[in-house]
Design a binder for this molecule. Structure first.
Ligand code: 5FU
Length: 258
């Protein structure tokens, strides 16, 4: 069923999550609800995309584990670009294991995600111990990091059903303000306090060969009530990523406020 609800931007002031507040403050200032998924495979390309689209985005989403030459220098330089252009770093790690394991995946290993990410996400399937573990690891890192639960997916044939999504909503409410929202395809929290970032956005394509399904910014924002859009290949795969990012930024902002 279509939710048909307006965006959540106006309720930002009532939030008590510093990460959420920072995100909404950047979005308002830059007039951008755009998150670019920079799914490239080298540090050079990643930093190049981040610098090019930086002025137009509120969030840069990455998969650190597809960068072949990742070092601590990659995250240091990414953070510099995030500060320079004022955007947040979202590691799309989709944690999905027991609490004890995700603590290590989050804070150790090659990527040391908790030392640089502002936002991370997780599947709810392992239960609340996973969220507890991530929250604990955040406290140890001393950094403010927000969690998004993957409550729905954009891919064809995914196994998530309405009951699972409803359970994600309940778990997220219990975990606020550490948990600040969802990866999903529609508005889930009627108050908008828990926001939705929606992947599967592209204007020129309906999907790919491996089950990805695309919708338009208009559909997701107006009909489904999502709050932020995640665009990957529609931007980094275009000939001029900066121009494409500006176009998606302006289009989505005007859909929301026009
Ligand atoms: F949780 C999800 C999901 O349901 N769909 C997704 O596409 C995450 N994604 C990510 O968003 C995916 O891993 C890519 O990084 C990005 C979409 O990229 P695209 O190039 O716009 O398809």
């Amino acid at each position: 069923p279509e939710t048909n609800v307006p965006s959540a931007l106006p309720v930002a002031a009532s939030s008590s999550s510093p990460v959420r507040d920072q995100l909404y403050s950047i979005a308002e200032k830059k007039r951008s609800i755009l998150c670019v998924a920079a799914d490239v495979q080298s540090t050079k390309e990643l930093l190049g995309i981040a610098d090019a689209v930086g002025p137009h985005i509120c969030v840069l989403k990455l998969h650190a584990d597809i960068i072949q030459d990742w070092t601590t220098d990659t995250s240091r330089r990414l953070r510099e670009l995030a500060d320079k252009h004022s955007f947040m770093l979202f590691e799309d790690r989709k944690f999905a294991d027991i609490g004890n394991t995700v603590v290590a995946q989050f804070s150790a290993g090659v990527h040391r995600i908790s030392s640089w990410a502002d936002i991370v996400n997780a599947h709810a399937i392992p239960g609340p111990g996973l969220i507890e573990g991530l929250r604990h690891a955040c406290a140890i890192s001393g950094r403010m990091i927000g969690l998004l639960l993957v409550a729905q997916m954009s891919s064809k044939g995914n196994l998530i059903d309405e009951r699972y999504t409803a359970t994600c909503l309940r778990m997220a409410r219990e975990a606020f303000p550490f948990c600040i929202g969802f990866i999903a395809q529609e508005r889930l929290d009627p108050t908008g306090k828990l926001f939705v970032m929606a992947p599967g956005v592209q204007l020129d394509s309906k999907g790919d060969q491996l089950g990805q399904q695309y919708n338009s910014p208009q559909y997701l924002l107006k009909r489904k009530g999502v709050d932020f859009l995640i665009v990957g290949r529609g931007i980094y795969g275009s000939e001029e990523p900066a121009k494409a990012a500006q176009m998606y930024k302006e289009l989505s902002w005007s859909v929301l406020h026009g």
